[in-house]
Write a protein that binds this ligand. Structure first.
Ligand code: ATP
Length: 280
C-alpha cells in the first residue's frame, strides 16, 4: 500500500480535556477517506493537526513521509485545504480569486493552471464575473478549485456540500470523484451521511476523541445488517432494528401508526455506534 497519510497514536489534550486519543490511521494514495463523528468528536482537531495548524500532544502524523510537526513546510507544500466557510473574495472575479492564491503559493505557469482549473470546474464561461453573482454551487466549486491551485497531493474538504440542494450536491460529488481518478488523496468531513456513503472508499467514525470504527461503508453496513422499522409517535420519529425481514414485519405489526421498513444504511451504523444522529 502506498501510504499517503500515517498517524500513530496521535493525541491532543487541551488542559484537562482529551480532544483526540490514540488515533492510528493509514490512508493510501488516491483514497477518499471520510471522517465522521458527532459534534465535539475530534474531527476538526484531527484535520488541524494533519494540516499543521495544531500541535499534537502525543503521537506522530506523517504526510507522504514528512512529519507534520518537524517538517511543516514540506507538509504544507503537499496539501490543499478547502474550508467549510466560503471565504472567497466576492468582490473579485473567479479568475482574480485564483490568481491571488496562485501568486501566494508561487505557482509556476499560473495562467495555464487557472485555465485548466476553470475548465475542470466548468467555470470558464464565468471566469471574469464577480463571485458575488455566483450560485452557492458555483462558489463551492470555485473554493475547491482554489484549494487545487498548487497541484496538491492531498486535499482536505470540510463539509464541501453544506447548504446545497441535492442536485448541486451530486454535481460536486462527481467533481470530487474525478479528483480521485487523478490520484489525489481526499480527506472529507461531512454531516451528510449519504455523502460519505456515496463518495468515500472508507470512513472513520470518531466519538469523544476515539476512533471507534474504520472500514468501507458497505462493510460497516453489512456488519450491522438487517432492517429498520421507522415509525412516528406524537411527532417523534422512532427507529427499531430488526435482524431480518420477518422480524421487521412482526415489529411493524406491533405499531399502531404508519411505518416504513427499509434496509440498514450507514446512518443507522453511525447512530448505533455513537448513540447520536447527525444533525443537518
Ligand atoms: P464539530 O463537528 O462540532 O466541529 P469536531 O468533531 O470537529 O466537532 P473538535 O472541534 O475537534 O470536534 O473538538 C473536540 C473537543 O475538543 C471538543 O470537546 C472541543 O470543545 C474541544 N476543543 C477544540 N478546540 C479547543 C480549544 N482550542 N481549546 C479547548 N478545547 C477545545
Amino acid at each position: 500500500m502506498n501510504k499517503m497519510i500515517v498517524t500513530d497514536n496521535l493525541g491532543k489534550e487541551y488542559q484537562d480535556l482529551v480532544a483526540l486519543e490514540g488515533l492510528s490511521l493509514q490512508i493510501p494514495r488516491g483514497e477518499i477517506f471520510g471522517l465522521l463523528g458527532p459534534n465535539g468528536a475530534g474531527k476538526t482537531t484531527t484535520i488541524k493537526i494533519l494540516t499543521t495548524l495544531a500541535r499534537p500532544t502525543r503521537g506522530t502524523a506523517r504526510i507522504q513521509d514528512f512529519d507534520v510537526v518537524r517538517q511543516p513546510l514540506q507538509v504544507k507544500g503537499l496539501l490543499g485545504v478547502c474550508p467549510q466557510e466560503i471565504n472567497l473574495d466576492k468582490e473579485l472575479t473567479a479568475y482574480e480569486n485564483l490568481w491571488i492564491y496562485g501568486r501566494l503559493y508561487r505557482v509556476s505557469g499560473l495562467k495555464k493552471r487557472i485555465q485548466e482549473l476553470l475548465d475542470f470546474g466548468d467555470l470558464s464561461g464565468r471566469a471574469h464575473h464577480l463571485v458575488k453573482g455566483f450560485s452557492g454551487g458555483m462558489q463551492r466549486r470555485l473554493l475547491i478549485l482554489r484549494a487545487l491551485i498548487s497541484r496538491p497531493q492531498v486535499l482536505f474538504l470540510d463539509e464541501p456540500t453544506v447548504g446545497l440542494d441535492p442536485q448541486v450536491r451530486r454535481q460536486l460529488w462527481s467533481l470530487i470523484r474525478q479528483l480521485k481518478l487523478e490520484g489525489i488523496t481526499i480527506v472529507l468531513t461531512t454531516h451528510y451521511i449519504e455523502e460519505a456513503e456515496m463518495l468515500c472508499d472508507r470512513v472513520g467514525i470518531l466519538n469523544r476523541g476515539r476512533l471507534i470504527s474504520l472500514d468501507t461503508p458497505a462493510t460497516l453496513v453489512a456488519r450491522l445488517g438487517g432492517y429498520v422499522v421507522e415509525s412516528t409517535h406524537n411527532g417523534k420519529r422512532e427507529y427499531h432494528l430488526a435482524k431480518d425481514k420477518t422480524a421487521a414485519y412482526s415489529c411493524a405489526q406491533t405499531e399502531n401508526c404508519e411505518v416504513i421498513i427499509r434496509q440498514v444504511n450507514l446512518e443507522d451504523v453511525f447512530i448505533q455506534l455513537t448513540g447520536e444522529r447527525l444533525t443537518q
